[in-house]
Design a protein around this ligand. Structure first.
Ligand code: GLA
Length: 368
């Protein structure tokens, strides 16, 4: 008998990419795919982690030994990092037996790591009655990923997994974590959003992410603002003129135009013009490909093929260098788009992509 079961979803990001470490706007929604944790408390200061999806049996760690940089590496660093972050923030978390089982595709840029972190934080928050609000839990999960795992990611993925609600995309201001749930009902409009997992992850992705982040911070410093979010869209051209380093200009241009695209998408959704967000998504892809340079041939092939096949818009989603793209299409056109994508990947000699429609689903919660 366990003490309870919790679930946390993966996410896709509709628009607002690489803006979260620039204090900018993002707009993810939760996938129906979740990581489920079956958890029991234990009183001997031991954390026992087991995954039904990973060969190799359970890993046992002593709570007192948890320290950034000392994890064994691999998937257990994520939940162990969460326990470390909770305890380091002064929360009285004891031992636990946790068994995980996940339907979130791994390595696909769909935030399987955030799902693993958030389900762990939520379960321990309930079991040890820590009384933490979800945005705070997300922040601690991000700290686990940044400091314990060592990946310099932003706050989007953890907040999406913790705070999204069914039928909505989450408009998050990553500066103050202010949230708005934006209704995003595709089926009512005869639309579908396809997730296309390219099933590639280019090896240099982690290092490149850190370089983009450092580049954005240098651009903000050169412009004398706390973050690129502080450059208004109307002030973009003047700001670009002031940036002497030609490498930094396209990075700044992407962030400023991308924040503006988030605002445009929200305005269109609020006006009920869901189809009209398609071209804005596609513009976002061009900006990520040409200015921010985080796309790759497989992601570009998804976007180009989907648009040729009649999709309304398409873009890479998540960090880039592989992973997944999203495609907005009329439901009546969806089968054609899928067939064209499969054929294009086959004739380019790529692995067959995994394609599925995504509906905005609920965020993390207790199952039983
Ligand atoms: C990854 C990171 C996020 C965010 C995206 C890009 O998913 O984990 O914090 O930076 O890339 O938008």
């Amino acid at each position: 008998m366990s003490d309870g079961v919790w679930a946390a979803p993966g996410r896709v990001n509709l628009i607002g990419e690489h803006t979260d470490y620039n204090d900018g706007f993002v707009m993810p929604f939760a996938l129906p795919h979740t990581t489920v944790a079956t958890v029991s408390r234990r009183n001997d200061g031991v954390l026992r982690l087991h995954s039904a999806d990973v060969a190799g049996g359970a890993v046992e760690l002593r709570l007192d030994d948890l320290e950034p940089g000392r994890g064994p590496g691999g998937w257990t660093d994520y939940p162990a990092g969460v326990v470390w972050a909770l305890r380091d923030a002064g929360h009285a978390v004891g031992g636990a037996d946790i068994n995980y089982e996940s339907t979130v595709p791994t390595g696909a840029g769909l935030s399987s790591s955030a799902a693993l972190e958030v389900v762990t934080a939520l379960a321990l928050n309930d079991l040890y009655e820590l009384g933490l609000q979800r945005p705070r839990m997300a922040r601690l999960c991000q700290r686990a990923e940044n400091e314990y795992v060592g990946a310099p990611t932003g706050i989007m993925d953890q907040t999406a997994s913790a705070c999204c609600t069914e039928g909505h995309a989450l408009h998050l201001d990553t500066r103050d974590l202010a949230q708005r749930q934006i209704p995003f009902d595709l089926a009512a409009r005869g639309l579908e959003l396809l997730v296309v997992d390219t099933r590639v992850k280019h090896a240099h992705s982690d290092g490149e992410y850190g370089k983009r982040r450092a580049g954005c911070e240098s651009a903000a410093a050169a412009l004398g603002v706390p973050a690129l979010r502080d450059i208004p869209y109307e002030g973009l051209l003047a700001a670009l003129d002031r940036l002497a380093d030609p490498e930094l200009r396209p990075l700044a241009r992407h962030i400023v135009t991308e924040n503006h695209r988030v605002e445009r998408v929200i305005a269109l959704l609020e006006a009920g013009e869901v189809r009209a967000i398609g071209p804005v998504l596609t513009e976002g892809h061009a900006s990520l490909r040409d200015d921010f340079r985080v796309s790759c041939p497989e992601l570009d092939l998804v976007v180009d093929t989907a648009l040729e096949a009649g999709a309304l818009g398409a873009r890479m989603t998540g960090g880039g260098f592989g992973g997944s793209a999203i495609v907005l299409t009329d439901t009546s056109q969806s089968a054609t788009v899928r067939t064209c994508l499969s054929e294009a990947f086959a004739s380019a000699g790529h692995k067959a992509p995994r394609i599925f429609p995504a509906t905005p689903s609920r965020g993390a919660g207790r199952v039983s």
